[in-house]
Design a protein around this ligand. Structure first.
Ligand SMILES: NC(=O)C1=CN([C@@H]2O[C@H](COP(=O)(O)OP(=O)(O)OC[C@H]3O[C@@H](n4cnc5c(N)ncnc54)[C@H](OP(=O)(O)O)[C@@H]3O)[C@@H](O)[C@H]2O)C=CC1
Ligand SMILES: Nc1nc(=O)c2c([nH]1)NC[C@@H]1CN(c3ccc(C(=O)N[C@@H](CCC(=O)O)C(=O)O)cc3)C=[N+]21
Length: 282
């Protein structure tokens, strides 16, 4: 077994990004990322803090807008429109999940697709599925970077994605299909899931169930990517894959923490730099 070190790869990529930011700053453009967080979800607080830290480290213009949980949908939409109009901000990210009284669909539609560094706007989702992506969701984008760095050739491989969310599972499947893998998407209604996962050369798991994937569900020599962010019995951070078991079966495997998470943040920063570059070419 070999570890896919997402933390180290993220740091390497961030060094390159820093150079790109410096080049932009010389041209008078400072990449700007605004993160909007509604409510007090504790996990969201951690992620948002990590994003803010990284943005500042890279020399971005960065801001986190923290709004109370009872913020109205109308007020949030108005705020998004203000950031859409303001040229100082190249990326706008509204942290998910949102409180129940706010429509996620309306909020995602309100973000200018050119500033949608998450790639969650239906326009960007459509472009991705049409095979001409502009903004790519950062978690699957980070996983594709891991494949590149660890020379995982997807072509002709059998890939299985467990989880069908719009933010991870679906875009992940499409990106691997674009890399010429043969992709199957599994979910909570999939029958005989373990036979399916065991057939995978590449297994990506994004379900949010602690240590769900056990060694008997994995093919010997598979590449296993664990997107999950859960707490185990002792409240320790853990993934959807039972790492201690599966590491002896897999050829390559990502840890949690230190795997997909740091790559997600890095790709978000990269998309913001790209959004700033695109805006400067207009
Ligand atoms: N590291 C990172 O950067 C990121 C980590 N995450 C983490 O990844 C996990 C998934 O997130 P997200 O994609 O938003 O998840 P969602 O909760 O939106 O979706 C979960 C998906 O998993 C499926 N699922 C749930 N239980 C099972 C099961 N027992 N067997 C098979 N499929 C199942 C669901 O199926 P169905 O559709 O049938 O309900 C659904 O498609 C979470 O732990 C989240 O915290 C998320 C984003 C980024
Ligand atoms: N609009 C939006 N965009 C997102 O990109 C988005 C979102 N909403 N909602 C929630 C998910 C989750 N997510 C993570 C980001 C970083 C880590 C991360 O940094 N993880 C560290 C550990 C963090 C810790 O210590 O808890 C690691 O895995 O090593 C994890 C998860 C982004 N998401």
């Amino acid at each position: 077994m070999k570890l896919i070190d997402g933390k180290a790869l993220a740091e390497t990529l961030q060094l390159h990004l820093k150079d790109e930011v410096e080049a932009l700053v010389k041209k008078g453009i400072v990449p700007g990322l605004v993160v909007i967080l509604v409510g007090e979800n504790p996990a969201s607080q951690v992620y948002v803090r990590n994003k803010e830290k990284t943005a500042l480290k890279l020399g971005f213009h960065s801001k986190v807008v923290r709004l109370p949980a009872d913020t109205s949908e109308a007020d949030l939409l108005t705020l998004i429109e203000e950031y859409n109009q303001d040229e100082a901000w190249h990326g706008i990210l509204v942290q998910l999940p949102l409180p129940k009284h706010i429509s996620e669909e309306k909020v995602l539609l309100a973000i200018d697709p050119n500033k949608d560094v998450d790639g969650f706007h239906p326009m960007n989702m459509g472009r991705l599925w049409a095979g001409n992506p502009v903004m790519i969701p950062s978690t699957p984008a980070g996983i594709m970077e891991m494949f590149k760095a660890y020379q995982v050739d997807l072509s002709g491989q059998r890939a299985v994605v467990v989880g069908r969310s719009n933010i991870v599972g679906k875009p992940m499947a499409q990106l691997m299909m674009m890399g010429n893998a043969t992709v199957t998407i599994a979910h909570s209604r999939t029958k005989n899931l373990s036979a399916l996962t065991k057939s995978a050369d590449i297994l990506v798991v994004a379900i949010g169930v602690a240590k769900f994937i056990t060694a008997d569900m994995v093919k010997k020599g598979a590449v296993v990517i664990d997107v999950g962010m859960n707490r185990d019995e002792s409240l320790k951070l853990c993934g959807d894959v039972d790492f201690d078991e599966v590491k002896d079966v897999a050829r390559l495997i990502t840890p949690v923490p230190g795997g997909v998470g740091p790559m997600t943040i890095t790709m978000l920063m990269e998309q913001t730099v790209r959004a700033a570059q695109l805006a400067s070419q207009k």
